[in-house]
Design a protein around this ligand. Structure first.
Ligand SMILES: *[C@@H]1O[C@H](CO)[C@@H](O)[C@H](O)[C@H]1NC(C)=O
Ligand SMILES: *[C@@H]1O[C@H](CO)[C@@H](O)[C@H](O)[C@H]1NC(C)=O
Ligand SMILES: *[C@@H]1O[C@H](CO)[C@@H](O)[C@H](O)[C@H]1NC(C)=O
Ligand SMILES: *[C@@H]1O[C@H](CO)[C@@H](O)[C@H](O)[C@H]1NC(C)=O
Ligand SMILES: *[C@@H]1O[C@H](CO)[C@@H](O)[C@H](O)[C@H]1NC(C)=O
Length: 623
């Protein structure tokens, strides 16, 4: 509150100076005005009553005269709290440049404009950031109520009341101060009298700041939209050209019934841009809203600082980012399923255990007076039998050796049971190589990325990103001038496809009928989606409340599912998962058991070679 108290102090000093040097007789006329005391008293009651405890920004008109202003500033309310005082003769633009947004548009301050002559020059020049939530207009003379309340500069505040008397009332009635407000959408008497001021009727804050938009009374809103936003907003499949469908339409329709409005959609923005700030002006759909051609836009837009500065945004209705789609790598060859049941480490330890057991068995044999098996040649086949579920023909004579063989047999029993049980599963399910699921993995792979250039921020943001993985993707990004061109390299398996997540899903699986694609689990720039309204739209909060209700009731999520299913068929998510695993009751085919026959062939080849070697050595010895 440093600035506020500074301004207060400055103003008070100025007034003291003025009082000393003021030409007192010329002010006398103003003071004798019988209304002024009433006005000051009413203001005092207002500040002590319904506005008690609220911080205020007081705009005062120096033409009220020093005496009146002095009494105004000495009101109890302005002495106890720190308040922002603003001279209406100052330059509104200069003043607003130096204020915090809490003062300019914060919801915790009430702005009170006290004036006698024309207040408009100040508010005409005030910056776009000025938009109080609560505005009290307090003319100290009789005034044209309608003109003040409908003044262009006062269109933004959510709640506005005027305390004063109409210029048409006679002197007797002028002793009452009336409370008026303005209902912009009302078809009959938009300027409404809430009643003559008295402390009993206007006890609470809500009684004075009433809801000015209980209904839009059938108003027709013009929306800046583009029918290229699956599944959010697109041309209706069954309806005539120009009829929209999608999640946004469901939202608009649901709220239209409650808030009583109609709306008109645009099929595409004239410049065919999505909406960005370029060369000092807004393009695309946001451009249409910014130039006040359209009332608001409902397409896929997230929050950015630049947009928030230039527009009013609704609450968020969904959270989504840009999805990355890739072709699934083909499954590994089926014959390899023979060794999939065990991981490499298990295979290695099984081999090591076998070698160790053979060695131990050999040592045991050497310690015996009479060897049981005698030699490596007969030991390893003896031990291997257990591994292949073959019975052991005879047992060693020594009990301690029997125990050893018994425990080996138990070990083999567990091992083979585990293997065969697992093998059945692995024979029928295709095994895929590990899939890329995160941005980091994608950046570390050889894939490039492909995107349709329709003026989204993503390309620029990736290239200038601080995150090294995002930047890598930015360097490998190929932009294409049509949607189809951006999809071809993806279908060739060299590129990943970037597009807003839900759109990608519909686009890839419906339009291109790609069966073997998948969406990466991680999304780029995940963010909240919202609607953008013209800056300082007084009634925007009605949409905020309604959207909030839709979100809380889970309807947005439901509609998104329904609208996606319109394209992909019901239950597509589950089917998609299933097809990616090809679990649908595959019978065991020759391909699956190929591996076993490979092993058999290898075994035969090995035994034949051994036989040949033995035969040759024997015949060599004989000679
Ligand atoms: C803002 O305030 C400072 C001092 O408080 C002043 O020097 C400066 O000129 C003001 N700027 C504008 C744009 O009014
Ligand atoms: C919507 O507003 C119009 C105009 O005031 C009115 O005639 C109509 O009855 C309202 N509709 C509903 C459903 O309230
Ligand atoms: C912005 O300016 C550049 C260079 O002057 C121009 O090439 C580009 O087309 C302009 N963009 C828009 C949207 O006007
Ligand atoms: C909506 O936009 C139209 C221009 O298309 C404008 O004339 C109208 O005043 C706007 N309505 C509101 C309520 O702002
Ligand atoms: C995709 O592959 C085909 C043939 O394999 C090739 O002719 C075509 O140019 C490729 N397209 C792109 C965009 O790389």
């Amino acid at each position: 509150m440093g600035i506020a108290s500074g301004i207060l102090l400055g103003t008070i000093l100025l007034l003291r100076l003025l009082l000393i040097h003021a030409n007192l007789p010329s002010l006398a006329t103003k003071i004798t005005n019988p209304g002024t005391s009433l006005h000051l008293q009413t203001l005092q009651e207002l500040l002590r009553g319904p506005l008690h405890g609220w911080k205020t920004v007081l705009y005062f008109d120096p033409s009220l005269g020093v005496e009146v202003l002095d009494r105004l500033f000495r009101l109890q309310a302005f002495r106890t709290n720190d308040h922002v005082l603003v001279n209406l003769e100052h330059d509104g633009d200069q003043w607003s440049q130096n204020q915090t947004s809490a003062v300019l548009r914060g919801g915790h301050m009430v702005h009170v404009v006290v004036f006698q002559e024309d207040f408009r020059p100040f508010f005409d020049s005030v910056s776009l950031q000025w938009n109080p939530k609560y505005l009290v207009v307090f003319p100290f003379t009789k005034t044209n109520i309608k003109k003040v309340l409908q003044y262009e500069g006062f269109k933004g505040p959510e709640k506005i009341v005027l305390l004063g008397s109409s210029e048409r009332t006679n002197e007797l009635k002028a002793r009452h101060i009336n409370v008026y407000t303005y209902f912009p959408f009302a078809r009959e008497n938009p300027i409404r009298l809430l009643g003559p001021w008295n402390t009993e009727t206007f006890l609470s804050f809500e009684s004075i700041f009433v809801d000015r938009f209980p209904s839009f009374e059938g108003y027709n809103f013009w929306l800046g939209t583009w029918f290229d936003d699956y599944p959010y907003l697109h041309q209706s499949k069954t309806g005539p050209e120009g009829e929209g469908d999608g999640v946004e339409v469901e939202m608009l329709d649901a709220m239209a019934r409650r808030l009583n409005y109609t709306y008109h959609l645009t099929t595409e923005p004239p410049d065919l841009n999505w909406g960005d700030f370029e060369n000092g002006s807004w393009t695309g759909m946001l451009g249409m809203v910014h130039s006040k051609d359209k009332n608001f836009t409902v397409n896929y837009f997230g929050y950015t600082n630049e947009r928030i500065e230039a527009f009013d945004h609704s609450v968020s209705y969904w959270n989504e980012g840009f999805g990355l789609a890739l072709l699934r790598p083909p499954p590994l060859p089926k014959w390899r399923s023979v060794y999939y049941p065990f991981t490499l480490e298990v295979w290695a330890s099984v081999t090591a255990t076998f070698v160790l057991t053979v060695i131990v068995m050999l040592i045991q044999d050497m310690l015996q007076p009479e060897p049981f098996l005698g030699g490596v040649g007969s030991t390893w086949p003896y031990l291997l039998r257990a591994m292949f579920n073959n019975s052991i023909p005879r047992l060693p004579k020594a009990h301690w050796q029997r125990l050893f063989v018994g425990s080996w047999w138990l070990y083999c029993f567990i091992l083979t049971t585990a293997y065969t049980a697992n093998l059945i599963a692995f024979l029928t399910i295709p095994v895929f190589p590990g899939r890329i699921q995160t941005v980091q993995q994608l950046a570390e792979s050889d894939y490039r990325v492909s995107m349709y250039d329709y003026g989204e921020f993503v390309a620029g943001a990736l290239r200038t990103s601080k995150d090294p993985h995002y930047r890598t993707l930015g360097e490998r990004l190929d932009l294409h001038s049509t949607d189809d061109e951006s999809m071809y390299p993806v279908l060739n398996g060299t590129h990943a496809y970037i597009e807003s997540y839900s759109y990608s899903v519909v686009y890839i699986f419906d339009r291109y009928k790609v069966k073997n694609a998948y969406m990466l689990r991680e999304q780029l720039y995940p963010g909240h989606l919202c609607w953008y309204f013209q800056k300082n739209t007084a009634w925007k909060y009605k949409f905020d409340e309604a959207i909030q209700h839709l979100v809380e009731s889970g309807l947005i999520e439901y509609w998104l599912k329904i609208k996606t299913e319109d394209f992909l068929g019901t239950d597509f998510e589950r089917k998609e998962k299933l097809s990616s695993e090809e679990r649908s009751n595959t019978a065991i085919s020759l391909e699956h058991v190929q591996g076993v026959f490979f092993l058999l062939l290898i075994g035969w080849a090995a035994s034949f070679l051994t036989f040949l070697a033995e035969f040759l050595t024997k015949s060599a010895k004989r000679q």
